[in-house]
Design a protein around this ligand. Structure first.
Ligand code: ADP
Ligand code: MG
Length: 446
């Protein structure tokens, strides 16, 4: 496979999956040049990433590659460097000393694509953008501490949040910038409790000059995590360090968060990002098309912008599809092509299924108590149900192996991998097991 083909694959994937996931699972891969025209060979830095890709992304990689090179059939993943997955995660990012270690619990790095100059300004986001710019210029020294940016899905919160980090690091490479989503903070904090290493874990956040915490609504109901975050917040605030948060709702509407946290969130400035209007959508599309060297006429830009109004991630999805089609067919972007892409994009999406729901269904089907599936019960029938629930969680939800493990009494990712392999082989050998599982899956689909 050629480097350009691989780069195209990466570029399509980078915009179709969550940024953090891309940075964790795809950024560390390298292409191995081989002669086999039907196979892609890549190397991953460790077994964990290799397994994860094999389990979750193999199909995506092959099908994306096929869009550019239809003869591709296989993917082979080897390991370059057998570093242990127990290594300490990286939390601090500093452009002059990035030492990416993409381990199981690795925190995301800032994505360099998220900069202020790539952020298209419109009436929907100009206030948020100005506040972000002010904070980037003098972190910790404005009245906007904390700065909280809120708004719906796919409207640019993470982009703006990470832009602040990138901007600050450009101006002050020695600054310690921590970016993390609340979900990752929570998962790692739970891990740290298990390993008696909470001090070490939180020390990294306490020493930040700039803390960027994404999607704080996820802290809802997670009391001990909120408590810890409260102390970190206070330490940083007292030391004049900048805190920037994002959430899906304004602070006053965040349910399940302690009052003292909500009141602190209101100390600084809360700004919203609204859905973009038509003109802004056109401007965003234009910018994305230019970045990809895709030429699209003004009429067609308007046509797309009129038909895709929900969020910016979807607008990007359309551009990516157009790019893929146009490069395969080597033709211009016509209105017919756009129509077929829009039709494709409007197919119903996989609804978000939760691990809880999977566990409920499995427990119900096998008539075992839900708690026995979640907890460390070693009875054989229970162990089987648990493996089935892990397997279904893996194939039907968008959760990582790590998250799945945590939902089953804090088991680690290798237990989940084992369960998946076990069930796959049982399904092949035993049709009654296969039938059970098909039944559960179809009932989850309804
Ligand atoms: P959110 O965090 O609000 O769900 P993201 O920041 O992940 O949304 O944005 C989704 C996608 O849309 C990203 O790829 C981002 O680069 C892009 N995007 C969002 N807002 C803008 C904008 N104003 N200009 C350019 N791209 C944008
Ligand atoms: Mg986001």
């Amino acid at each position: 496979m050629h480097t350009t083909l691989w780069q195209n694959v990466l570029s399509v994937i980078s915009r179709s999956i969550d940024t953090n996931r891309f940075e964790t699972w795809f950024r560390p891969l390298t292409l191995i040049h081989g002669d086999d025209p039907v196979s892609i060979s890549i190397s991953a830095p460790n077994q964990y990433i290799a397994d994860f890709l094999e389990q979750h992304y193999k199909h995506l990689i092959i099908s994306t590659a096929k869009q550019f090179s239809p003869e591709i059939e296989n993917l082979s993943i080897t390991i370059t460097n057998k570093s242990s997955i127990e290594n300490e995660p990286v939390v601090v990012t500093s452009h002059d000393n990035i030492v990416p270690k993409y381990e199981a619990s690795s925190f995301p790095q800032l994505n360099k694509r998220f900069t202020l100059d790539k952020f298209v300004v419109g009436p929907n986001n100009q206030f948020a953008r100005s506040a972000a710019l002010a904070v980037s210029d003098s972190p910790g020294k404005t009245k906007f501490n904390p700065l909280l940016i809120y708004g719906g899905v796919g409207l640019g919160k993470t982009h703006l949040l990470q832009s602040i980090g990138n901007y600050v690091l450009n101006n002050s490479p020695k600054y310690i910038v921590s970016y993390i989503t609340s979900e990752e903070f929570y998962l790692n904090f739970i891990d740290a409790i298990k390993n008696n290493s909470t001090k070490k874990f939180t020390a990294k956040f306490r020493s930040s000059d700039l803390l960027l915490m994404d999607d704080v609504q996820f802290f809802a109901g997670k009391e001990s995590t909120q408590e810890e975050f409260f102390y970190i917040f206070n330490t940083l605030y007292q030391n004049g360090k900048q805190i920037v948060l994002t959430s899906d709702l304004p602070p006053s509407s965040l349910m399940g968060l302690q009052d003292r946290l909500i009141s602190r969130f209101q100390w600084g400035l809360s700004v919203d990002i609204q859905p973009p209007d038509l003109e802004t959508r056109v401007a965003i599309l234009k910018k994305k098309a230019e970045e990809d060297n895709l030429s699209i006429s003004q009429d067609i830009l308007y046509y797309i912008a009129e038909n895709v109004s929900s969020n910016i991630r979807e607008l990007e999805g359309v551009v990516i599809h157009l790019l893929a089609y146009a490069s395969i067919t080597k033709s211009d972007v016509t209105i017919d092509l756009v129509r077929s892409v829009l039709k494709e994009n409007s197919k119903p999406q996989k609804t978000k299924l939760s691990i809880d729901k999977v566990i409920d269904k499995v427990a119900d089907y096998y008539k075992v108590p839900v708690n026995n599936i979640r907890e460390k019960n070693r009875r054989k029938e229970v162990a089987h149900c648990r493996q089935v629930a892990m397997y279904i969680s893996k194939i039907m939800t968008n959760n990582s192996l790590k998250t799945i493990g945590l939902n089953f009494g804090g088991r680690d990712h290798s237990t989940v991998i084992h369960a998946v392999q076990q069930i796959e082989s049982l399904k092949d050998k035993d049709t009654s097991i296969a039938k059970d599982i098909d039944y559960i899956i179809s009932s989850l689909n309804n």
